[in-house]
Design a protein around this ligand. Sequence first.
Ligand SMILES: [Zn+2]
Length: 442
Amino acid sequence: MDESARKAKNKAIKEKGQETRLRHASMRPVVVELKLDLKCLNKTERSKLFLYFAECRWLCNYLIALDSDTFREFSTKTRSITSRDKDGNTVPRELTMPMKFMQSVYSSLKHDMASLAAKSRKTGKKNGFLRFRSSYDSLELNQYGNTHWICYGPDGDSNGRYRNTIHIAGIKRPIRVFGMDQIPADAETANAKLVKRPSGIYLMLTYYIPRHEWNTESEKKPDIGLDFGIKTTITTSEGETFDISVREQERLKGLQKKLARQIKGSEGWRDTKRRIQREYEKLANKRRDKANKVYHDIVTGRSLIVMQDENIKGWHKGLFGRDVQNSALGTLKRKLQANPDVLVIDRFFPSTKLCPQCGHIHESITLSDRVFVCPVCGYTEERDVKAAKTLLLAGEHIMSCTCRERTRTPGERMSDFGAFYEAWKQSASRPEAPSSCDAKME
Ligand SMILES: [Zn+2]
């Protein structure tokens, strides 16, 4: 290919990419988890799939060991590299994985190095370095149609029915997957990740669907405030509570005791270790499932959800460490914060102390007071519900002074709450005061 043809091709790719990104920006990304049925592959194909993960690890570690100039000039066409075996001997390796995978390992490392350098520039400290990887469990498949693609049935395209198989680059046979029925017919499939877990190999496939608007009246629900209670509950301004604790299993404790008794490195020890990993995976699944369910219950139909940016990391360390660790709190909070309809109010707002009726700040309320009674106006409410309600009022006030149009009229909310909020903002002696309301719109 001559120079001008190459340039034209690159230009076409660039334009196509921009077009796709623009289209996706107005859509909603969803990640679906598909489990690969490895039984449908023969032994060679199966080991080839597992070899991809090993090869990525070799390549990754090889690249980390290179000095910066050699790294920069590294060609992803390179096929022979060296790696170390577990005794520290250098072994030559011939890579067989598709070029796209090489490129993705290389570019993700490049990205990591760039962010390390950016961090050191920011802090003024010495540049950190990347560690060697003992495992490489997540393989980036970044080009749908090239690295991976769904096999459509004979009548697949016309009525949107999928056959339950996908193709992965380098493996001839289509692989059966579980969970394909989760993908709606109007979805636009995009990049994916191949993830190795103790229970098998999964394909995390991203697809885009049109954004859903809560248009019909029956779907719409009023705005809501959320109070993240200590430990493992969430209280809403409507008085509903959600329990988000996930219990650690007795089985896990038993296995850990068993592991401690066994000889390290023995066959039995390894077996127990694998089983422990499976248990941890199950626990993580439960946590995610809980977070997804509660998230759905809270978010569906709402156009404004107000929550406070609370320091969950601090809770991990403090009094409630174990309970918080075993709950879906962190996952749920991340999900909520990623939602553009969720308004996060900064953590210094006194949602527990501020009276929503008269604006008095009730300083002497303690953790053990379950009911909030305002000493000035006598307003009485269950503590957590009150906190959620106060957050909702603050959120609605913030929204009413920014450009986004609200559906509730000022008369419908407690009309002078905004004044309390502004007064608090003026008087508050907080470590870091945000400059304006808009700063919290994120
Ligand atoms: Zn009051």
